[in-house]
Design a protein around this ligand. Sequence first.
Ligand code: FE
Length: 209
Amino acid sequence: MSARPDIAPLRDFVVATTRLVERGLPEQQLMAAVRTELDKLITRDDWLPEQAARPHPEHYQQYLLHCDPLERFCVVSFVWGPGQRTPVHDHMVWGLVGVLRGGETSQAYVREADGTMTALGSPESLVPGDIVQVSPTVGDIHLVANAHADRPSISIHVYGGNIGAVARHVYDLANGAVKPFVSGYSSLDTPNLWDRSAQVRATLSGAAS
Ligand code: FE
């Protein structure tokens, strides 16, 4: 059995982001500050528990890593199997997508008044360390895909709500039809961020072991 990864970087991210949402900053300032924290989190790739890194043979997976008890933000691990992609969708809250492993493409869209779906520029290619932002104020509709046909990719997403329970939409590129969408999560479990016992034991020098 392999050793459990040290989850401290994720716990530190959750603590820092909780402090930031407590400040009640305007959305752009909050996103910029959370982005700095996410940047630190995805700089290393040794903390994601294996159960939140598993691809599914048919569908992309979204594993909840943490949800703020007041649902002001959540952290989710998205795992794409080879060639997998999301539908064209929106978020209805702010979001940051940071690539951890592999590579992804993100194509932004706008829905015109007559229902036409127009691609905004060409697909963005994202590699580990890259971060993109979405929100109803900066552009909220996109399609994200694994850039690789032969291996999984993983990104860490932060949203300004409990994203699995947000009423959202998917869009039909062919005719602009809009359908309601509530994503849910792929697992009933979240990682245990809070077993700090080893850290505390280490402070008890001379204590019986
Ligand atoms: Fe998205």
